[in-house]
Design a protein around this ligand. Structure first.
Ligand SMILES: NC(=O)c1ccc[n+]([C@@H]2O[C@H](COP(=O)([O-])OP(=O)(O)OC[C@H]3O[C@@H](n4cnc5c(N)ncnc54)[C@H](O)[C@@H]3O)[C@@H](O)[C@H]2O)c1
Length: 344
């Protein structure tokens, strides 16, 4: 029997990279990608798979109960990998409703329909996997020292992080209450190809390509833990294959950098002066520092990151330089909407 995986949110940044990664790493797998195509979902991210017989795209909402059940049953799904979400912190500050709907209600529908399928169709087959993509932002903020472990308390500070924390807890509860074989990945800040140009790194790269200034929140002192997206994809694959149901795994890049230092590195690669930096009013409730302890995924699953920031950022810049056709229309749309500082 063919093995099939249902991926939600596969037309977004990490989901699309994951599908490309999986087509290379597991060519025998059938991949069904369910995506609503919100503003951040882009079918062009998977254009090269248009004629691939192992890949199928379905446009739809994770909160559509009947659709989810029929996709699971008709494709004999063995694993569901859940990326779909509203993902941009700034948008959650200006309006959290869509975040509650997609991230909490949507995740709940997936869990319920997966439980029904797993119980009634698979007779509780223990090899089924529900892999949820959570985030380091559920833990809130760190001071200058320390790392978040999987046991750290949840203290989300933005509406985005709060909805992701709610989803993470629901996923845990479905394992504890019903025994559904769920696993959770908690990645840190990803960067790489196909990232929507409203996010920090692609906004910076594309602005510099257009000879525009680079917006920096506050004084740029916030620290993020950067990970190249293909390292995250390998981690999720390992969690799906070898992770223990009921467990959560941090996936950190062990690359802590202040935003200002990331900006300086990118400026240097473009050969541009610091006068391109434009300091803008800080985001309310802006977390100072995120950093993850990776001991668990390294020790239990044998994962390690392979792409150093210096190489990853060079690859990312090259990709945006080679793919103006991909980001230019997206940026023009953002400019027209004039929501936030990317319009400046
Ligand atoms: N980007 C990061 O640095 C990062 C870090 C940690 C965790 N995450 C998590 O990883 C996941 C993917 O993040 P991303 O950066 O690729 O996001 P993204 O915004 O680029 O992609 C999200 C995708 O989900 C789809 N989607 C949204 N709502 C949907 C719905 N109701 N039904 C079906 N599809 C829907 C969108 O169309 C889009 O294709 C998210 O769950 C996010 O919280 C991201």
């Amino acid at each position: 029997m063919k093995k099939a995986v249902l991926i939600t949110g596969g037309c977004g940044f990490i989901g699309a990279n994951f599908i490309h990664y999986m087509r290379g790493a597991h060519p025998e797998l059938e991949i069904i990608n369910l995506d609503k195509l919100t503003y951040s979902g882009n079918p062009d991210n998977l254009k090269s798979l248009k004629d691939d017989p192992h890949y199928q795209f379905v446009r739809g909402d994770i909160a559509d109960e009947d659709l989810i059940l029929s996709l699971l049953q008709e494709n004999n799904i063995q694993a569901l990998v859940h990326f779909a979400a509203e993902s941009h912190v700034d948008r959650s500050i200006s309006g959290a409703k869509a975040f509650v709907q997609a991230n909490v209600v949507g995740t709940h529908v997936l869990l319920e329909r997966a439980r029904e399928y797993w119980t009634d169709t698979l007779s509780k087959d223990s090899s089924f996997r529900f892999v949820h993509i959570s985030t380091d932002e559920i833990y809130g903020t760190l001071g200058e020292d320390g790392l978040f472990s999987e046991e750290s308390p949840f203290r989300p500070n933005s509406p985005y992080a709060a909805t992701k924390a709610g989803a993470d807890l629901l996923v845990r509860a479905y394992f504890e209450t019903y025994g559904l074989p769920t696993l959770i990945a908690r990645p840190s800040n990803n960067y790489g190809p196909y990232q929507f140009p409203e996010k920090f790194i692609p906004l910076m790269i594309t602005n510099l390509m257009e000879n525009k200034p680079v917006p920096i929140y506050g004084k740029g002192l916030n620290v993020r833990d950067w990970i190249f997206v293909t390292d995250t994809c390998r981690a999720i694959d390992l969690i799906m294959e070898k992770g223990k149901p009921g467990e959560a795994y941090n996936v950190g890049g062990e690359t802590e950098k202040q935003n200002i230092d990331v900006a300086r590195e990118v400026l240097a690669l473009f050969g541009k002066e610091e006068s391109y930096l434009s300091f803008v009013t800080d985001r309310p409730g802006h977390d100072l520092r995120y950093a993850l302890d990776n001991k668990k995924i390294k020790g239990e699953l044998g994962w390690k990151q392979t792409v150093a920031f210096k190489d990853g950022i060079e690859q990312t810049i090259s990709w945006y330089k080679d793919n103006e056709w991909w980001w230019k229309p997206l940026k023009e749309r953002l400019f027209r909407e004039s929501k936030g500082f990317w319009s400046k």
